[in-house]
Design a protein around this ligand. Structure first.
Ligand SMILES: NC(=O)c1ccc[n+]([C@@H]2O[C@H](COP(=O)([O-])OP(=O)(O)OC[C@H]3O[C@@H](n4cnc5c(N)ncnc54)[C@H](O)[C@@H]3O)[C@@H](O)[C@H]2O)c1
Length: 343
């Protein structure tokens, strides 16, 4: 599967392609970036690659969003320097979205850019973060404020890495797959019924293809790519609110909450009820409405000082740039609270 200047491979094909890449390119040194949890994936990863030099260097960072920091980027740049990494060195990011985002940023800036490869190990990173060429870190408590648009040389998506993924993290990726199903109208509502025990290699491939097609047509996010923000206007606001209350939730869970809001604003109560059967709406206190609205206003994807939503005309038919007033939005939240109480 081709995306903008990059290629995505699945399952065993991915390892064969990566092996070939290593033989053809002969990196001067190969670094594998992991976090403290995804290091568990190293043996299975290395075992499948005959062309991986035995002396590849493992760089391990702490897990979690806090690792997407300038301090850690600085440390990784210095580590690469200390190991004499030149422009022919290769960085393989073996991990979730955090490893992919910071690793991609480090690689795209070190010596003005060295090649990197994404090997996602979380479901969210497989279907979302590793596709699209966005890298980034957080500053000033705000997410993804500094970063680059840089394509990896290759993405290898292998569902077998999901075996060690915690259930809550699986649900986070599932949220993005549900979003893709709503945007395309494909496999809805089967997507809703998937569980962590299912072998989803083929479904992941379809979900990736959908995102890759959208990214291909609009790499720098000037138009169509905005549809991928379905559920994210409220989702990001909810994520920020929960984090500020010390009640961190995963990105995908926040997106699911945002999908409820987008579906009600789209007058798609039928789809919203189906979603609620799998992932119920979490009631929002009216006391939090104001701060949530302000978080939404601060969203960098807004234009003209309006809060804009991606909505669905119907299943598989998204529209973007829809301004929504605070009155309409508040009414949608109240409706969701009431409908959840009735269930
Ligand atoms: N670049 C993009 O286009 C893009 C898109 C969406 C999200 N993101 C970013 O991705 C991040 C979220 O990604 P995520 O949900 O993968 O977060 P993550 O990288 O923090 O992974 C979630 C947790 O699962 C663990 N984990 C991952 N794979 C594992 C495995 N196979 N076995 C055991 N544990 C495993 C990680 O150590 C971590 O604790 C956010 O920072 C978000 O901003 C980027």
């Amino acid at each position: 599967m081709n995306t903008t200047a990059s290629t995505i491979f699945f399952g065993e094909d991915g390892f064969t392609a990566l092996d070939q890449y290593l033989s053809n390119n002969e990196p001067s040194k190969t670094f594998v970036l992991v976090d403290e949890n995804t290091s568990i994936c190293i043996p299975a990863f290395a075992e499948k690659l005959t062309a991986l030099e035995a002396d590849f260097e493992i760089l391990e960072i702490p897990s979690g969003e806090e690792s997407k920091s300038l301090e850690l980027v600085h440390q990784l740049w210095l580590t690469l320097l200390e190991h004499g990494a030149d422009r022919n060195a290769l960085l393989i990011n073996l991990g979730g979205g955090v490893v992919g985002d910071i690793g991609g940023f480090v690689a795209s800036t070190y010596k003005r850019g060295i090649p990197f490869i994404q090997v996602p190990t979380s479901l969210l990173a497989m279907v979302d973060a590793s596709v699209g060429g966005k890298t980034g870190i957080n500053i000033g408590g705000l997410k993804n404020q500094v970063g680059t648009f840089s394509q990896p040389d290759m993405v290898v998506v292998d569902a077998s890495f999901l075996a060690s993924l915690p259930e809550e993290e699986w649900a986070s990726g599932h949220g993005e797959m549900i979003k893709h199903a709503l945007l395309t109208g494909t496999d809805w509502p089967q997507v809703l019924s998937w569980t962590a025990n299912d072998d989803l290699q083929e479904e992941i491939k379809r979900s990736v293809a959908m995102k890759a097609a959208v990214v291909e047509s609009d790499f720098k996010e000037s138009g169509l790519r905005k549809i991928l923000n379905l559920g994210h206007t409220f989702g990001h606001a909810w994520e920020s609110l929960m984090h500020s209350k010390g009640n961190g939730i995963s990105h995908g869970r926040a997106v699911i909450q945002g999908l409820h809001v987008a579906l009600v604003l789209s007058q798609q109560q039928g789809l919203q009820a189906e979603l609620a059967n799998r992932y119920p709406w979490v009631n929002v206190s009216t006391e939090d409405f104001e701060v949530l609205w302000h978080h939404q206003l601060a969203d960098k994807k807004n234009e003209n000082g309006e809060v804009q939503f991606v909505l669905l005309e119907r299943l598989g038919a998204p529209t973007f740039g829809n301004p929504v007033s605070i009155e309409t939005w508040s009414a949608a939240l109240l409706w969701l609270n009431q409908s959840a109480d009735v269930r």
